[in-house]
Design a protein around this ligand. Structure first.
Ligand code: ATP
Ligand code: MG
Length: 362
């Protein structure tokens, strides 16, 4: 069973606590993405799972094996954990060419020559390095080196893959292609993947489940990509999933009021929150409906940017600026495009309410 179980793991460097009682289970055959801001401890966690670091507390199991135990400092060596790993710095061996780099894990495993050659070349094609087999890493771009590291991790067909930002140096097209390939590998070969990144688009595209980690190394939510996107548990998670609009709302005199006193008609779960409380209302640009002046909450267009298929508007809402994006063609067919300075109305398809204190965390 290719599962990973991290239980109450703590890790400190000197006085700095990076992880504190972190628990996480990656199920057999799933693609689990851990998403979090820079410096939150993603690489540290992968190094702990891979066996390059020892936890101060807690345990890590891979399949049936307890591979690390903080209390007894017990540890199983990295090469005995049956993992394929691609680290962020994709350290490939500088003195070996592409072919030799990729072949190395199979040589260690004493794979017969014929099969070794076939598997190395299959993997070379898979990651798009055809005809570069004889090059040294110093003769490759950063993205190409990253693909060598990915190929080296894949060639031994591990049941478990740990990937640390493995696509960050690739251009947009290649990144999308490799993302797709990683997903296919997981589906076709049944590989279990733990993927860490701060790119929410990758996370949404390839994951069965996503874990959102904050800068303190605490996991805020673990759920499917759809659940995380539609039902974020808090403002941190919501803000982490792309461009957002956040408005200050206060509850006063039986009304929900925006910063400038404009009453808002949107209620929390159909109810008004407690008198005197402060809230943030969050929504995405795609949740905003632009209406003709006189409908919805009154507003005006501050700025319009034509982006081709989409047009972006910056609008005033209750004294704060918000962003929306509309489909240019649909807009033309409906009411015509709004221009800067035009009055308009605003409706919202969906909003999320968050207690206002959350802001400091985000
Ligand atoms: N060997 C070490 N000694 C001391 N501090 C370390 C060490 N390794 C990591 N840290 C610290 O641990 C914290 C988490 O680092 P980590 O590399 O896991 O972040 P990350 O989430 O992978 O960030 P990024 O997205 O930028 O890669 C950082 O504050 C880092 O400075
Ligand atoms: Mg990292």
């Amino acid at each position: 069973m290719a599962t990973i179980e991290v239980k109450n793991v703590a890790k400190k460097y000197g006085k700095k606590t990076v992880l504190e009682k972190l628990s996480l289970t990656v199920k057999d055959g799933e693609c689990f993405t851990l998403l979090g801001p820079s410096g939150c401890g993603k690489t540290v966690l992968l190094r702990l799972i891979a066996g390059f670091e020892v936890p101060d507390e807690g345990t890590i199991s891979i399949g049936e094996d307890l591979v690390a135990d903080g209390s007894s400092r017990r540890i199983i060596a990295p090469n005995e954990r049956g993992l394929g790993v691609v680290f962020q710095d994709y350290a490939v061996w500088p003195h070996k060419n592409v072919y030799q780099n990729i072949a190395y894990p199979l040589e260690l495993a004493k794979v017969p020559a014929e099969e070794l050659k076939k598997r190395v070349m299959d993997t070379v094609h898979l990651v798009g390095l055809t005809n570069l087999e004889k090059r040294l890493p110093s003769e490759l771009s950063g993205g190409q080196q990253q693909r060598v590291a990915l190929a080296r991790a894949l060639v031994a067909r591990p049941a478990l893959l740990l990937l640390d930002e493995p696509l960050c140096n690739l251009d947009a097209n290649l990144r999308e292609e490799m993302r797709f390939e990683i997903k296919m590998l997981q589906r076709n070969l049944g590989v279990t993947i733990l993927y860490v990144t701060h790119d929410q688009e990758v996370a949404l595209a390839i994951s069965d489940r996503v874990g959102i980690m904050d800068e303190k190394g605490t996991i805020r939510q673990i759920a499917s990509p759809e659940e995380i996107f539609e039902h974020p548990v808090d403002e941190f998670v919501f803000r982490f999933m792309g461009v957002t609009n956040i408005l200050d709302v206060r509850i006063e005199g039986g009304k929900a009021l925006l910063a400038d006193g404009t009453p808002v008609p949107w209620l929390k779960d159909g109810e008004l929150p407690a008198e005197g409380t402060k809230w943030h209302v969050g929504f995405r640009p795609s949740d905003v409906m632009l209406l003709p002046a006189g409908e919805g909450v009154p507003s005006a267009i501050r700025r319009a940017s034509f982006l081709g298929a989409m047009t972006e508007y910056r609008l005033d809402l209750g004294g704060q600026e918000i962003r929306t994006e509309v489909d240019t063609l649909t807009m033309h067919m409906d009411s015509g495009l709004f221009k800067e300075g035009d009055p308009c109305g605003i409706g919202l398809r969906q909003i999320h309410w968050f207690p206002a204190e959350e802001k400091e965390d985000a």
